[in-house]
Design a protein around this ligand. Structure first.
Ligand SMILES: C[S@@+](CC[C@H](N)C(=O)[O-])C[C@H]1O[C@@H](n2cnc3c(N)ncnc32)[C@H](O)[C@@H]1O
Length: 255
């Protein structure tokens, strides 16, 4: 905590001491990312008698999509048991749930900017909510994870934030471990696709050069072992499964 945060905390405590007598207290604002509201979604899922992942899959007409992605990851070997896993932006937890069941890590680090979703995940799944500054994996040690994943996140984060996270994904990935994420490859987005997107109001899509992404990871000892396309809101995102080179060519999986 910085000195400024400590001073603000002290001031807040002093104000609360006075307010409490009148039956009120100050509480920190919850951080909200631009994403579906957690409380509303959790309540609606319960009313429908569904888990949150099943509810959003039905809501978005994406039944079976997470299972397809997990099957591709499994095919690449990325869902083998490992001691530690990290996920960036799990949101509703629809990929986290299936990943956790398959990988069964001792520790599953969650980096989620939206406080309400992060709290829900920590209460629902055996996960560790890590302090999230929006671009680093500061709570996860170097070379500790057999799997580092992000789903539907790098399709809309600013490129520099994405590359900052990419550095971190490489840092925390164990030798022989896997890094998995999707994005919109600049090379695959035709003018036709751009015009299709422009016909709708949202402007969330961010394009990254596939070549640059591949070279960035290759320079850091991570090579693609599998890739596939997947539906992503009004578009097709491209997944790459990278494997970090095992140390000295050894066959360790970082598990
Ligand atoms: C489009 S949603 C995808 C959620 C989930 N992975 C899925 O596929 O359903 C993006 C998620 O990333 C979170 N997020 C946005 N920016 C982030 C950042 N810089 N670091 C960590 N999480 C972030 C949002 O709160 C949201 O939960």
């Amino acid at each position: 905590m910085s000195w400024r945060q400590r001073v603000n905390l002290r001031i807040g405590e002093a104000i609360n001491a006075v307010l409490r007598r009148a039956g009120y207290i100050l509480a920190p604002l919850k951080r909200r990312a631009e994403y579906i509201d957690a409380a509303e979604t959790i309540t609606a899922a319960a009313a429908a008698g569904l888990s949150v992942p099943d509810y959003v899959a039905r809501l978005w007409k994406e039944e079976g999509v997470t299972e397809q992605v997990l099957a591709e990851m499994e095919k690449a070997g990325a869902l083998a048991h490992c001691a530690r896993t990290a996920e960036i932006g799990p949101g509703t937890g629809r990929y986290l749930a299936g990943t956790h069941t398959r990988v069964r890590p001792d520790q599953y680090d969650v980096y989620e900017l939206d406080d309400a979703w992060a709290e829900h995940l920590a209460a629902t799944y055996p996960t560790t909510r890590q302090p999230t500054d929006g671009e680093t994996l500061s709570g996860t040690p170097d070379s500790s994870c057999g799997l580092v994943a992000a789903h539907n996140v790098f399709v809309y984060l600013k490129p520099l934030v994405a590359f900052r996270y990419f550095l971190e994904m490489v840092r925390v990935c164990a030798p022989g471990g896997y890094i998995v994420f999707d994005f919109f490859p600049d090379e695959a987005v035709t003018e036709e696709i751009l015009l299709e997107w422009l016909a709708f109001p949202e402007r969330y899509q961010v394009l990254l050069s596939r070549q640059r992404v591949l070279e960035f990871f290759a320079r850091r000892g991570c090579h693609p072992v599998h890739s596939f396309d997947n539906r992503c809101y009004r578009g097709t995102a491209h997944y790459i499964v990278f494997r970090r080179d095992p140390v000295d060519g050894a066959s360790t999986t970082g598990n």
